[in-house]
Design a protein around this ligand. Structure first.
Ligand SMILES: NC(=O)CC[C@H](N)C(=O)O
Length: 195
């Protein structure tokens, strides 16, 4: 089968880290900044970074509506950290009238673990990915505080959920792309191949 063609939204954030993991897994990577580029891919990654900035830039680049449309048409999308916030239907602690693309029936609290100094790395059990624990870097990370009926929780910490999936959407509060952890990206590529 041909390599899946996967976009990384490249307006701000840890775009290169995602591109590297996707390349390692044999995907063809497209850096997406414009609607034409989005139209050429089979799946999209929303990177970590600053969700309020990615939100503003996506609106000024005319990308908000095309991404919303792609999500509702079933394009597989994987969001890490800021990307998880951008996929959430509801956010707590957004700034400046912050908007999201939405699609994922969850409520997410921004910066739920405190500031930059409270970033940490841990290991998580993610049964859906197998028995090996997953290294997880939390960097000013969000937390899923409420999930709708159709949402599957893949990993949790005592405070709430940190990895979730709903149909074509996958989201993690942490950054597998900075930990050398490829299993979430592999799972995402399976969604892309199945779509
Ligand atoms: N590492 C990250 O992506 C941090 C997310 C950031 N705190 C935000 O609200 O967008």
């Amino acid at each position: 089968m041909n390599a899946p063609r996967v976009g990384v939204l490249a307006l701000q954030g840890d775009v290169r880290e995602h591109a590297r993991v996707l390349g390692d897994l044999g995907a063809e990577v497209v850096l997406v900044r414009r609607p034409e580029e989005l139209a050429s891919v089979d799946g999209l990654i929303l990177p970590g970074g600053e969700s309020s900035v990615i939100d503003k830039l996506s609106r000024s680049f005319g990308m908000q509506q095309p991404i919303r449309a792609a999500i509702s048409e079933g394009m597989p999308v994987y969001g890490t950290c800021a990307g998880m916030i951008l996929l959430a239907d509801r956010i707590l602690g957004g700034i400046d009238g912050q908007q999201t693309f939405g699609g994922l029936d969850v409520t997410v609290r921004r910066n739920a673990f405190g500031g930059q100094t409270e970033s940490f790395e841990t290991f998580l059990d993610v049964p859906a990915l197998g028995p090996e624990p997953v290294p997880a870097a939390f960097i000013r990370a969000p937390l899923v505080v409420e999930v709708g009926d159709g949402v599957e929780v893949l990993a949790r910490v005592p405070e709430g959920a940190v990895a979730v999936e709903q149909r074509n959407l996958l989201a993690t509060a942490f950054h597998p792309e900075v930990s050398g952890e490829h299993r979430f990206h592999r799972r995402f590529l399976e969604l892309v191949r199945a779509a």
